[in-house]
Design a protein around this ligand. Structure first.
Ligand SMILES: [Fe+2]
Length: 161
């Protein structure tokens, strides 16, 4: 749901979405920057408008709107549910773009945990919303489920397993 703005953009103007994707972004932060540079807005802002149009409750639509706000209130990441949920979304985004899921079958859980710590946790998080070791233990299942979705959607070029 948090990336519904990307789907709306794909439906409304797939060429513009392709321009963003062809810009070579590598991280979720790069993606937002590329969208702002090329489109003048980002998918999170678009998604917030969609949520408003669909009368999605504020506590959900605000998470959708803010899911790429990395600097906001970073020191108090564990202060409330909203910031913890945003942290989980950010870790999931980084996990999906970091290449770690493709490494799942080739690495031990300890190695995956180290990669998650290096690539998916923001340095300012005193208490990450999920422990890297716990996430590493779920990587194989996440990769398998992701592959099923990719296959089901006919997006076969990407392989996680
Ligand atoms: Fe996003």
């Amino acid at each position: 749901m948090h990336d519904i703005g990307r789907f709306v953009l794909f439906d409304a103007d797939p060429e513009e979405l392709n321009k963003v994707d062809d810009s070579g972004w590598a991280t979720p932060e790069d993606l937002v920057e590329a969208e702002r540079d090329l489109l003048g807005f980002d998918h999170a802002a678009l998604a917030w408008l969609v949520c408003q149009h669909w009368c999605i409750p504020d506590h959900v639509s605000e998470i959708v709107r803010d899911h790429h706000e990395y600097e906001e209130d970073c020191a108090s990441r564990d202060a409330d549910t909203k910031t913890r949920v945003i942290g989980i979304i950010q870790i999931a985004d980084l996990l999906s773009t970091s290449g770690i899921l493709q490494e799942t079958g080739k690495r031990t859980e300890q190695e995956l945990s180290r990669l998650i710590t290096e690539r998916c946790l923001h340095p300012c998080w005193l208490n990450p919303p999920i422990e890297p070791r716990r996430l590493a233990a779920s990587c194989a299942e996440i990769a398998e489920e992701s592959q099923k979705l990719i296959d089901g959607l006919g997006l076969g070029a990407t392989t996680f397993c």
